[in-house]
Design a protein around this ligand. Structure first.
Ligand SMILES: [Fe+2]
Ligand SMILES: [Fe+2]
Length: 251
């Protein structure tokens, strides 16, 4: 394996506001990420939604008090829980646009808000397809990453699906034809990877929610990217870690 050149700390489904989930827990998790990031190439924090549980101001305030103090570059987008009670407006107040792009020497990330007010189903929308294509086309030799909250392909062992992205087929088509290398999302609260053609799709687990499934526990994922490989390292709430899986990556 060649030397890694970029690291994405993928956090999702924090769920501040859920009983037992505290701002202190979030602070601890972010401190751990900052410590690891100090020895990682080009670190970035990516948060793929469900920062809150009901999209309420007090929940946003708790999340923002930690996430807006992070010392490494960050990209945050909302999830379905954040848009409950019209929380999208409060998201924008604390974290800026609900759609974001980020570029470094090595990465080009298009992060989309796949949530809608008071609707748990996911949706990207036709109006965004050309924007996604144009962004990835100009990114040339960078690793092209598409981030969203909802999953584009169902995840095993997570129950019956009622809320995948409604235009998942079209979004997958746009991403595949635009040279997208990596799709990153949360929402199902357990880690899982699918390989689809030349794309790798990764669903990270929940950072703090008690709603983990089966034998899983709370975690975030360290995604280590090198020229010929992407590695997904699970970092659990108790500080332990394990290599989940790895794959080739098109660049
Ligand atoms: Fe969630
Ligand atoms: Fe969700």
């Amino acid at each position: 394996m060649t030397e890694p050149f970029a690291t994405i700390f993928h956090v999702s489904d924090i769920h501040i506001g859920e009983s037992g989930v505290t701002v202190k827990d979030l602070e601890k998790a972010i401190n751990l990420i900052e410590e690891t990031a100090a020895n990682s190439p080009s670190p970035l924090l990516l948060v793929t939604g469900d920062l809150t549980t009901e999209g309420l101001r007090e929940e946003y305030e708790g999340a923002a008090s930690v996430l807006n103090e992070v010392s490494i570059p960050k990209v945050l987008i909302p999830g379905n829980h954040d848009e409950r009670n019209y929380g999208s407006v409060i998201f924008e107040e604390f974290f800026g646009d609900r759609f974001k792009t980020y570029e470094s020497e090595y990465l080009a990330i298009f992060a989309a808000d796949s949530a809608e007010p008071d609707n748990d189903a996911g949706h990207v929308g036709r109006v965004k397809y050309n924007e996604i294509r144009d962004f990835f086309n100009q990114a040339k030799n960078k690793v092209k990453v598409f981030a969203l909250h909802h999953h584009l392909i169902a995840v095993p062992h997570t129950g019956r699906e009622h809320n995948v992205v409604e235009d998942a087929g079209d979004v997958l088509g746009v991403l595949n034809n635009s040279g997208c290398s990596l799709v990153l999302n949360g929402h199902r609260h357990v880690p899982w990877m699918w390989q689809l053609g030349e794309m790798v799709l990764y669903n990270t687990g929940t950072l703090l929610s008690r709603r983990v499934r089966g034998a899983m526990t709370q975690l975030h994922t360290e995604i280590s990217i090198s020229e010929d490989q992407v590695r997904f390292i699970l970092r659990y709430k108790d500080g332990s870690e394990r290599l989940f899986t790895q794959s080739r990556l098109r660049i």
